[in-house]
Write a protein that binds this ligand. Structure first.
Ligand code: ZN
Length: 143
């Protein structure tokens, strides 16, 4: 993944934080999901007074893409934090990692950034090793 694309995804994810609906935690997250077809799907976190129905930025972006028939992804970037300019890295939660496992290869790049000059790069395999995924439910048809 080239630096120019990483920078574009970071800037897009950071810009999405302005749409974050986080009246309870104040933790504002934006995500930018690069699809294999070149489209960048965006997401923000959306909280709820009942807490349970809250949604993460990463899953918002993934579900937006899937709801439009797009299932193949190249990378995702997440920018989040309590401050206007995040002081730390907002790594995807376990539920988001599991959702990524449904659609993405183990080598899927996950960029977590404070800003365009400060980011960390992981793979899905790094963040969710030994995951349960679609292969577990595939019947062996070679017998
Ligand atoms: Zn999450």
């Amino acid at each position: 993944m080239d630096e120019r694309m990483i920078r574009r995804l970071i800037e897009t994810a950071a810009a999405q934080r302005k749409y974050s609906y986080a009246p309870y935690s104040g933790y504002r997250v934006g995500a930018a999901l690069l699809a294999r077809n070149g489209t960048v799907f965006t997401g923000c976190n959306i909280e709820n007074a009942a807490y349970g129905p809250s949604m993460c930025a990463e899953r918002t972006a993934i579900f937006k893409a899937v709801s439009e028939g797009v299932h193949e992804f190249e990378a995702i970037c997440v920018v989040g934090g309590l401050e206007e300019s995040p002081s730390g890295y907002s790594v995807p939660c376990g539920v988001c990692r599991q959702v990524m496992t449904e659609f993405c290869e183990p080598a899927f790049p996950i960029i977590v950034a404070k800003d365009a000059d400060h980011y960390e790069l992981y793979t899905l395999q790094d963040l969710l090793p030994k995951s349960f995924g679609p292969d577990n439910l595939r019947r062996n048809t070679e017998e």
